[in-house]
Design a binder for this molecule. Sequence first.
Ligand SMILES: [Zn+2]
Length: 251
Amino acid sequence: MSTLEPTAAPRPLVEPTPGQDKDEAIYLHLHTAIFEAHLTPGTRLPEDALSRSFGVSRTIIRKVLQRLGHEGLVEIRPNRGAVVGEPSVDESREVFATRKILECGAMAEVIMRATEADLKALAAIVAQEDAAQKDGDRPAAIRLSGEFHVRLAEITANGILARTVSALVARSSLIIATYGSPISTSCRHSEHTEIITLIRAGKTEAAAAWMAEHLDRVESGFAYSENAPKPPGLEEILQRVAPRVPRKRLL
Ligand SMILES: [Zn+2]
């Protein structure tokens, strides 16, 4: 488990763009760091270290962490502070099962509403994904593959559906970081191209079936095991120790 090292001197990491709140800029910075797996599951996010790094009060940091908590990227544990979310195997399976229900179920609506501009936007994301994979830029490839699924859900114009898919995609980035192979990314861009082709052809059933197949393939790339032992905590270590009665001193 890694920990954020506090910086030696207060040096703001982010400068908000005009019209952007400072807390929004910090939120985006941390969101990207987690979504692209620079900060890996289980990393502690101490408020004091973050407030020094970003040069803001702990109140602002707490607000940002709570927002990331609502989105499932951060877990806030009583008395232990915030850590980057660590999805369990059961939860990961549930995330992908839910994504299948929603993203396949949305396909009829997507096909009904998709405009030429929507399809172009999807194709542009796939092209960027392709470039990121060629450059070996795994963080960008993970982010873009997630973006493809979120953009697709947005075509439905159903805000609740789009926000739910977006939260599940964010959680999926933690699943990829936890169980994915270091060389794989989340989706194969050629499979995304196939989805666009089926949407363009208006083939609802085939598009839904292909989406299910696609999400199954992504999931089949995960090594679902909780065999990798976590470093034991202090309490656990102390429980293992059988105290020895000290030898009586001779003198
Ligand atoms: Zn995908």
